[in-house]
Design a protein around this ligand. Structure first.
Ligand SMILES: Nc1ncnc2c1ncn2[C@@H]1O[C@H](COP(=O)(O)OP(=O)(O)OP(=O)(O)O)[C@@H](O)[C@H]1O
Ligand SMILES: [Mg+2]
Length: 231
């Protein structure tokens, strides 16, 4: 269970996130949606300890993680897939995965098996230099890398970014599989239409604040969402 309460974050004088509150219950699949610059990434980065919020609280399974660093939060069970994937380009697929499992809580072989089952493509290409792979394969690796730490809560920042529609579908099928396995998920997306097909609950952000939230069926019926995000 992830709880974010009244979170605010700034870059100098720019208030990028203003009093954001949200929840991801255990086993749930939740999205933060919104356009360019809405504050989605800043919210996620504040949750995982990569950005120091100016106010607010983040708890993971009841424990306060608001003032912890990323590596500490990962040990407590959070997995983070950053915007832009950020794989270590000169290393192979397997080296990237092994590197990440050091940040986790052991059980390397078990996690590796899970990643290769989810993404057979990564198993085939495990000795491939990561930087030479396609965007879709790098996105699979970025997700696999986060899974190597055995996260209870997996947070993903725009996994669809820059990918062809057919590849986006592939990546999202894998994410849906993870959810079916019981994985708790918090997804950030600009692509609201694909996110609303798969999540159970969504929050819409605009200029740093949550402006709308609900179940996909209700959100799709909202004229506001139709006009601004689903056009
Ligand atoms: N490093 C930074 N320095 C200064 N301002 C920043 C920085 N990163 C983001 N911002 C500003 O903070 C606001 C929120 O940005 P953020 O990256 O969180 O949005 P986002 O919703 O993730 O957008 P996108 O969908 O384009 O990834 C924007 O106004 C942005 O210009
Ligand atoms: Mg972003």
């Amino acid at each position: 269970m992830l709880t974010v309460s009244e979170l605010s974050a700034s870059y100098g004088a720019i208030r990028a996130v203003d009093k954001v509150s949200l929840q991801v219950p255990a086993g749930a699949f939740v999205a933060i949606l919104g356009s360019n610059g809405a504050g989605k990434s800043t919210t996620l980065r504040s949750i995982v300890g990569l950005h120091r919020p100016i106010r607010g609280t983040v708890t993971l399974n009841g424990g306060d993680v608001s003032r912890l660093a990323l590596h500490q939060i990962v040990r407590l069970g959070m997995g983070f897939v950053p915007e832009g994937r950020m794989v270590v380009a000169p290393l192979t697929v397997e080296e990237n995965l092994r590197l990440s499992s050091h940040a986790g809580r052991g059980r390397h072989a078990e996690h590796l098996e899970r990643v290769f089952q989810l993404f057979p493509r990564l198993k085939e290409r495990r000795r491939q230099i990561s930087g030479l792979m396609s965007g879709g394969e790098q996105q699979m690796l970025a997700i696999g890398r986060a899974l190597m730490t055995g996260p209870e809560m997996l947070v993903l920042d725009e996994p669809s970014m820059g990918l062809a529609p057919s590849i986006v579908d592939l990546v999202f099928e894998a994410i849906v599989d993870l959810h079916k396995q019981g994985q708790s998920l918090l997804l950030v997306e600009q692509n609201a239409s694909i996110a609303l097909e798969v999540v159970e609950y969504a929050y819409f952000m605009k200029r740093g604040s949550i402006v709308l939230e609900g179940k996909p069926a209700d959100l799709r019926n909202s004229p506001e969402v139709m006009e601004a995000y689903l056009g």
